[in-house]
Design a protein around this ligand. Sequence first.
Ligand code: 5RP
Ligand code: MG
Length: 235
Amino acid sequence: MHSLKQPPLLQLALDYIELPPALAMTQLVKDEVEVIEIGTPLTKASGMLSVSTVRELCPDKLVLADVKSPDCGGLEAKMCFDSGADWMTVLGAAPLDTVKLAVEEAQGRPDKEMFIELTGIKDILASATAWRDLGVERMVYHRGWDEGNASRSWDDRDLEVIGKLIDMGFQVSVAGGIELEKLSFFQDLDISVFIIGRSIYAASDPIDAARQFRAKINELWGSRVSAEHQLDAVA
Ligand code: 5RP
Ligand code: MG
């Protein structure tokens, strides 16, 4: 088992179709999470205004714009970063030229990163080396929203592919209808970020739900943060 620098981060996905309730949820839960995601529907409903407004509300959080860019990767990365996002996503189905331009846009700026979003990609490992060679460092391993609703379950094949991506050096976020009880399914893997949408924002008490996710993540991964890294954190 590896030692981790830190337990996985907790990311709240704001999959809203109107900006005001998304901002209200951000205000409510922001202190409980490390990353705020402007969900794909919200980026379509309110565009870059949703990114810049969340950025203003959360100056000390990481902000991800989940645009799942299919084309114009450099341009869309520029739009997201100019609006205050730290992170943005490009669809795994996008051409390599699109990936390359988004990587270049991120690399040209301090502390900006792009993620490959793996929704619907059938043979992820077949493309992983090409993405890594272009400079991609992060991925979102995603059981798609519609797939999940149509009862595609997480299974051992998912764990195998995520493990191989991590072994290749990628930092992997995971998403897709993850409920609190599901966290332990991933506990042998060095997950970088847990992306949680409905299980937090649709809970009767979103603050409590976020705290429960944080506590469970710490319980499952905290013991793997090496003593050396704990000392670093204290210094
Ligand atoms: C949909 C997404 C969602 O943000 C992601 O699935 C997380 O939300 P939930 O936990 O509700 O599934 O990217 O395309
Ligand atoms: Mg999302």
